[in-house]
Design a protein around this ligand. Structure first.
Ligand SMILES: C[S@@+](CC[C@H](N)C(=O)[O-])C[C@H]1O[C@@H](n2cnc3c(N)ncnc32)[C@H](O)[C@@H]1O
Length: 266
C-alpha cells in the first residue's frame, strides 16, 4: 500500500533536488516548483551539483582522517555515488546510517543498503526534528558504535529547519552524542552572494520553500565549545578543498550554498 505521506500534488525538496540533478524520481508539482525557482535563479542547477561534489569531497576527506562511521541525515533520493559508496571505496568496512523523512526516499532505500558486505548500511525513516529518536533507533545502535568517531553529515538539509523549529537545540542533541574525534559536516543554502536584483527576484520563492542563512548565521548555529572548524570555517561549497574539485571552479557568486567541516574535541 502506498504511504499516505506520499503527496505527489505538492512539491517536495528531495524530488525537486532529484529533478535538478537530472534524476527521474519526481512529479509534475516538483518540476513546476523547480522551474519557478530556476526562472528566478538560473544557477540553481550549478548550485545543487556543486553541493553534491562537496559531499563527495567531504566523505573522501573524512575517510582520509580515519573516519569509518557516517550518520547522513537528509540523504535524498539515491544518486550514485552516495556516501557509503565513496566511504567503502576507501575502506570497505565503513558503516553508514542514512535518515530522511521523505516516503519516496524510503521507497528507494534498498539502493542505499546494497553496500559492501564487509561494511554495513542502514536506513531510518526519520525526521531531523526528532534527533533523540534518530539516536535511539535500534538500527542506528546496531550499525554505529557511538563510542568511536562518527561523521555527522547534514548536507543541504538545515535550510529546511526554520529558526522557529530551534535548529540549535536539534544540533545540541546530535553533537552531544558524538565522541571525541568525530566530525560534523554541513552545507546550507545562502542568498548572500547574489546581486540586489537577483536577491529581490528570488527571495520570496526561495523563502517560501526554505530558510536561507548567511555564512555567519551558519557558523553561529554551530558555535559551541568542543567543536572546531577545520580549515577556514564556512566557505562556499565551490571553494572548499577546491584543489581536489573539478576545474575550472565556478565563481562564488554563482553558487548559492555554503559548507563547513568541524571536528569534535572533547
Ligand atoms: C536537498 S536534499 C539533499 C540530499 C543530499 N543530502 C545531498 O546533499 O545531495 C534534502 C533532503 O533532506 C530531506 N529532509 C528535509 N527535511 C527533513 C527533515 N526534517 N528530516 C529528515 N529529512 C529531511 C529531504 O527529504 C531531502 O531528501
Amino acid at each position: 500500500m502506498s504511504d499516505p505521506r506520499l503527496d505527489t500534488s505538492r512539491p517536495h525538496p528531495a524530488r525537486r533536488y532529484d529533478y535538478w540533478l537530472g534524476g527521474k524520481d519526481n512529479f509534475e508539482a516538483d518540476r513546476e516548483s523547480a522551474r519557478q525557482i530556476e526562472e528566478r535563479m538560473p544557477l540553481v542547477r550549478l548550485t545543487v551539483h556543486e553541493n553534491r561534489w562537496f559531499l563527495h569531497r567531504a566523505v573522501r576527506f573524512l575517510a582520509g582522517q580515519g573516519i569509518r562511521q557516517f550518520l547522513d541525515i537528509g540523504t535524498g533520493i539515491p544518486t550514485s555515488p552516495n556516501t557509503h559508496e565513496i566511504a567503502q571505496q576507501i575502506d570497505p568496512t565503513s558503516r553508514v546510517v542514512y535518515a530522511d523523512n521523505d516516503p519516496l526516499v524510503l521507497a528507494h532505500a534498498r539502493a542505499l543498503l546494497t553496500g559492501d558486505k564487509r561494511g554495513r548500511t542502514a536506513y531510518l525513516d526519520a525526521d531531523l526534528r526528532d534527533p533523540a529518536r534518530i539516536l535511539g533507533d535500534p538500527e542506528l545502535r546496531g550499525t554505529l558504535d557511538l563510542t568511536q568517531p562518527v561523521a555527522l553529515m547534514l548536507i543541504a538539509i538545515l535550510h529546511f529547519i526554520r529558526d522557529a523549529e530551534d535548529p540549535r537545540a536539534i544540533l545540541d542533541t546530535l553533537i552531544d552524542a558524538l565522541p571525541d574525534g568525530s566530525y560534523v559536516v554541513a552545507t546550507h543554502v545562502t542568498l548572500e552572494y547574489m546581486t540586489p536584483e537577483e536577491y529581490k527576484a528570488v527571495r520570496a520563492v526561495a523563502e517560501a520553500q526554505s530558510q536561507s542563512r548567511s555564512g555567519a548565521e551558519l557558523a553561529e548555529l554551530f558555535a559551541r565549545p568542543g567543536l572546531t572548524p577545520v580549515g577556514p570555517g564556512v566557505q562556499s561549497v565551490s571553494e572548499w578543498w577546491a584543489e581536489d574539485a573539478p576545474a575550472p571552479r565556478p565563481r562564488v557568486e554563482d553558487v548559492a550554498c555554503n559548507g563547513i567541516v568541524m571536528k569534535v574535541n572533547r
